[in-house]
Design a protein around this ligand. Structure first.
Ligand code: FE2
Length: 267
C-alpha cells in the first residue's frame, strides 16, 4: 500500500482548515478510567520510544462505538474510512510538530485524506501539575513534520527540519500558502507557559499561537491534523512527571476507493 498522497489533495486540506476547539468535560471520570484500562488491556500493539515514551494502538473503532454520540457531536463520523493514532504514556513534553502520517507509513490507499485529530488527556502526575497543549495558526500540508530549530532535538521519527528556510507547504489559518519569515516568537507567551524549560525560543520564531488548552482529563480537543502544535512540561514548580493521552486521527477517502466505516454494523 502507498503512503498518504498529500500533494494531489492540497485543495482538500486548504478548504478543510478550521479553528481548533475544546469540548470541556465531554467524558466523565469513569469514561476516562475506562479509556486508561483500554489502553493497557484492549489495544493490539505497543511500541517503546527510545527516551521513555510508550505508545499503544489499534482497536480504536471499539472506543468510538462506546462513546459514539459524544464523538459524533464533536466531528462528523459519517464518511470516516480509517482511524489512526495512539495512546501515549510519556515523561516528556511534546515537541513542535504536526500529526500527519509519516512518509514511511504505507497504510493508505489512493484518495485517502486526513480529516482531523481528536486528543483526549487521560491523566498527568502529580495531579497538581499545570500542563498545557498549544496549537499554532500555521499548518504544514505535508507528511508528519517536526520543527527542531535550536540546539536540542525532539525524540521523533517524523521528518525533522532544523533549517526553517527549508520548510515547504506552509499555510496560514485562512488556507493561504505563506513563505517562512523569521520573526520573534511572542515572549510573553513563551514565559507564561514556561516553554523555555524544554525548547529554545528560536524554535518558535516565525509562528504564532492560535489556542492554549489546559491538560484536563475528560476534555477533548479537535484540530486539523496538519496544524502545528506542542505541549509544555508544566508551569515552573508545577511540572508533570508522567502523563497519558489518546490521540485519534480520522481519515476520509475522496475517490471512493474504500467504504466509510459502517458504525451501525459495528455497534
Ligand atoms: Fe501531536
Amino acid at each position: 500500500m502507498p503512503s498518504i498522497d498529500i500533494k494531489n489533495n492540497i485543495s482538500f486540506y486548504r478548504s478543510n482548515i478550521s479553528s481548533s476547539r475544546c469540548y470541556q468535560n465531554i467524558l466523565s471520570s469513569s469514561d476516562v478510567e475506562w479509556l486508561i484500562d483500554f489502553m493497557f488491556k484492549e489495544t493490539g500493539v505497543y511500541r517503546l520510544g527510545s527516551s521513555g515514551n510508550m505508545f499503544f494502538s489499534e482497536n480504536f473503532e471499539k472506543i468510538i462505538i462506546k462513546f459514539f454520540d459524544k464523538f459524533n457531536e464533536m466531528i462528523d463520523l459519517s464518511e470516516i474510512v480509517k482511524v489512526g493514532g495512539n495512546f501515549f504514556l510519556t515523561p516528556h513534553q511534546y515537541g513542535f510538530h504536526t500529526d500527519m502520517p509519516e512518509k514511511g507509513d504505507h497504510h493508505f490507499v489512493e484518495g485517502d485524506v486526513a480529516f482531523c485529530t481528536i486528543l483526549i488527556p487521560l491523566f498527568h502526575l502529580p495531579q497538581k501539575a499545570k500542563c498545557h497543549f498549544m496549537l499554532f495558526n500555521e499548518r504544514i500540508l505535508s507528511h508528519g513534520t517536526t520543527l527542531d530549530r535550536g540546539p536540542s532535538k525532539s525524540d521523533t521519527h517524523y521528518n525533522s527540519i532544523s533549517n526553517y528556510d527549508e520548510i515547504e507547504n506552509l499555510y496560514n489559518e485562512s488556507g493561504l500558502e505563506i513563505k517562512y519569515e523569521d520573526k520573534d516568537f511572542d515572549n510573553d507567551l513563551f514565559e507564561k507557559y514556561n516553554m523555555g524549560a524544554t525548547s529554545p525560543k528560536e524554535r518558535f520564531n516565525g509562528f504564532s499561537i492560535e489556542s492554549v488548552y489546559d491538560w484536563t482529563p475528560g476534555d477533548a480537543m479537535v484540530f486539523d491534523t496538519t496544524q502545528l502544535h506542542c505541549s509544555n512540561l508544566g508551569l515552573k514548580k508545577e511540572l508533570f512527571k508522567n502523563k497519558a493521552g489518546l490521540r485519534m486521527s480520522f481519515y476520509k477517502n475522496l475517490k471512493n476507493k474504500r467504504d466509510p466505516i459502517d458504525w451501525e454494523k459495528l455497534k
